[in-house]
Design a protein around this ligand. Structure first.
Ligand code: HEC
Length: 102
């Protein structure tokens, strides 16, 4: 029983870091996908080259896993069906360039 409790605590305290999530990501593929699909809409709603949305003061994303979720939401809105691998490639690129979660 004590072992089970210890295991549970260990599991709950395990926070998945960006480094782990993006370990196998292909950042240059992520960059290409963002350039093809994601810039024009952000640029028309938020101005500039579309990247201000990632660096705005009240940006929504607070963690690497939140970033992956948002990438999924936005790509679903576009009706492009990305494999999870590409969602991660894109999130890894955005993280490396803008968010810098560790
Ligand atoms: C049809 C328009 C549209 C397209 C296309 C689009 N987005 Fe978005 N995106 C938005 C809007 C609007 C928000 C802001 C949502 C909010 O503030 O609640 C947003 C927010 C985001 C954010 C969070 C920014 C923050 O606050 O930190 C990320 C990350 C993101 N989009 C990624 C992507 C990616 C990756 C793609 C390409 C697959 C993409 N978006 C395509 C409209 C779009």
């Amino acid at each position: 029983m004590r072992l089970l409790t210890a295991l549970l605590i260990l599991l709950m305290s395990h926070i998945v870091t960006a480094n782990e999530l993006f370990k196998k990501a292909d950042v240059s593929r992520g960059k290409a996908l963002v350039e093809q699909n994601c810039i024009s809409c952000h640029a028309s709603s938020f101005g500039g080259n579309g990247s201000e949305i990632y660096t705005r003061e009240f940006r929504k994303i607070k963690s690497a896993s939140g970033l992956i979720t948002q990438v999924r939401n936005c790509s679903t809105m576009l009706d492009i069906k990305w494999f999870e691998e590409d969602e991660i490639n894109v999130a890894a690129y955005l993280n490396q360039s803008y968010y810098k979660f560790e």
